[in-house]
Design a protein around this ligand. Structure first.
Ligand code: UD1
Length: 418
């Protein structure tokens, strides 16, 4: 039988869910463990496929990754790694490109397979390369691999054309061992960048300003391994906010960081989902039909592009017409076709989607195209009449440790069958 998630109309949801560590942080912290020899311990690590892929990548380079307890990861870096990221792994997970910066810092060279495109359209790495070039890295591309070399990394002023998350992280990780000072201007400000900087500073790096647009890094001669707790996943938290928005009810998101989701909570409020800071994390309640609103994705602290599929799912059943504008990834509307199969009225034109909300969608067989799109189908299905069968749920496993179980525990009619 084919693996799939089956959802029937649910709600109201009631109870609490626990927010796992952030996928988009843990992958970078794991990459940073290539910086110097020693034993690293990470807490609050989500049990997701992308962490397994990053573990495989680290092991391919010579590190040893184990899980001594649930949600803990121990990474032993014996030193003398092979600074190569092979195609089979980079191809499975584009985020692998973040090993480039730390490998250059540690070994003065790296060979990383060129990542291909994905469902979001082309995702170039030109800003990563241009930033690293300013630190003295030279690149040679052949046979599908980038060979980067920098025998002497030199601090520099790096002005990013766009606040790219990956480029900021790669430059920051290379700069921690460069000679002198690096200043990244127009840096990405995502909370996961601040988490990576906290990890690096704990290792002995000297980074100031992470979480703002200007990050200053003073290169140091030596680093050491550390223990660190991963920041909670604001995108996972957003998934549950959307779920309570569609299904109604009252949820506490234990461990969520409301201060990382200000703009999202504001948008939730416009749609009729009440949120408030709770001693345990974030509390949310939704009692009536959602209201339409306009949304544009932007780099942090704007509304994250990763939230968009959940927001579109919510607006599909909201009262009124909404316009959603995507400003980061051109092709990020593929899941819309699946929502249309469930009866949603959505028209896309370039970067925009116009959504006319219906009182209810209708359950249908649908297919996941990526992590967040899959989760958005789950959200939509909670409010759809009848049964929705969601195929290819492995996409969801890449970023969610226990979405089905947690939703079931708060009253959703959902199961995974295989
Ligand atoms: C990260 C997140 C992803 C999130 C995105 C934006 C991880 C693993 N992934 O991806 O979930 O959606 O941030 O918040 O953390 N760009 C270039 N050239 C570059 C780099 C980026 O043109 O060299 C463009 C991209 O195509 C995109 C925009 O810049 O249009 C933002 O990309 P970026 O912030 O780099 O996203 P990622 O780090 O890949």
């Amino acid at each position: 039988m084919v693996d799939r998630i089956i959802v029937r109309r649910s709600g109201p949801l009631e109870g609490s869910v626990t927010i796992n560590g952030a996928k988009n942080s843990v992958l970078k912290l794991m990459a940073a463990s290539t910086l110097t020899a020693g034993t690293y311990v990470l807490h609050n690590v989500p049990a997701i496929t992308d962490v397994s892929i990053m573990s495989e990548l680290l092991e391919a380079m010579g590190l040893k990754v184990t899980s001594p307890a649930p949600n803990d990861l121990q990474i032993v870096n014996p030193g003398d790694l092979t600074p190569v990221a092979p195609y089979e792994l980079v191809e499975q997970m584009r985020a692998s490109i973040v090993v480039l910066g730390p490998l250059l810092a540690a070994y003065g060279e790296a060979r990383v397979a060129l990542p291909g495109g994905d469902d979001f359209g082309p995702r170039p790495i030109d800003m990563h390369l241009r930033g690293l070039e300013l630190l003295g890295v030279t690149f040679d591309t052949a046979h599908g691999y980038i060979h980067a070399s920098a025998p002497n990394l030199q601090g520099a002023r790096v002005m990013l054309e766009f606040p790219s998350v990956g480029a900021t992280e790669n430059v920051m990780m290379a700069a921690v061992r460069a000679k002198g000072q690096t200043v990244i201007e127009n840096a990405a400000r995502e909370p996961e960048i601040a988490d990576l900087a906290a990890f690096l500073n704990r290792m002995g790096a000297e980074i100031l300003g992470a979480g703002t647009s200007t990050i200053t890094i003073d290169g140091v001669d030596a680093l050491h391994s550390v223990e660190h707790t991963v920041v909670p996943d604001r995108i996972e938290a957003a998934t549950y906010l959307a779920a309570v928005g569609v299904a109604g009810g009252e949820l506490t998101l234990v461990g969520a960081r409301p201060d990382h989701m200000d703009m999202l909570c504001q948008k939730m409020g416009e749609m009729g989902v009440r949120t408030s800071t709770d001693p345990e994390g974030l509390w949310a309640m939704s009692q009536k039909r959602l209201r339409a609103t306009d949304i544009a994705t932007l780099p942090y602290p704007g509304v994250a592009t990763d939230y968009k599929p959940f927001l579109v799912a919510m607006l599909s059943v909201a009262d009124g017409v909404s316009i959603v504008t995507e400003n980061l990834f051109s092709g990020r509307f593929r899941y819309v076709d699946e929502l249309i199969r469930m009866g949603a009225d959505i028209r896309t034109e370039g970067h925009h989607a116009v959504i006319r909300g219906f009182e209810s969608l209708s359950g249908a067989p649908v297919k996941c195209h990526d992590i967040r799109a899959g989760a958005a189908l789950v959200v939509a299905a909670l409010g759809a009449e009848g049964e929705t069968e969601i195929y290819d749920p492995w996409h969801v496993d890449r970023g969610y440790a226990n979405l089905v179980e947690q939703l079931k525990a708060v009253g959703a009619n959902i199961e995974r069958v295989s």
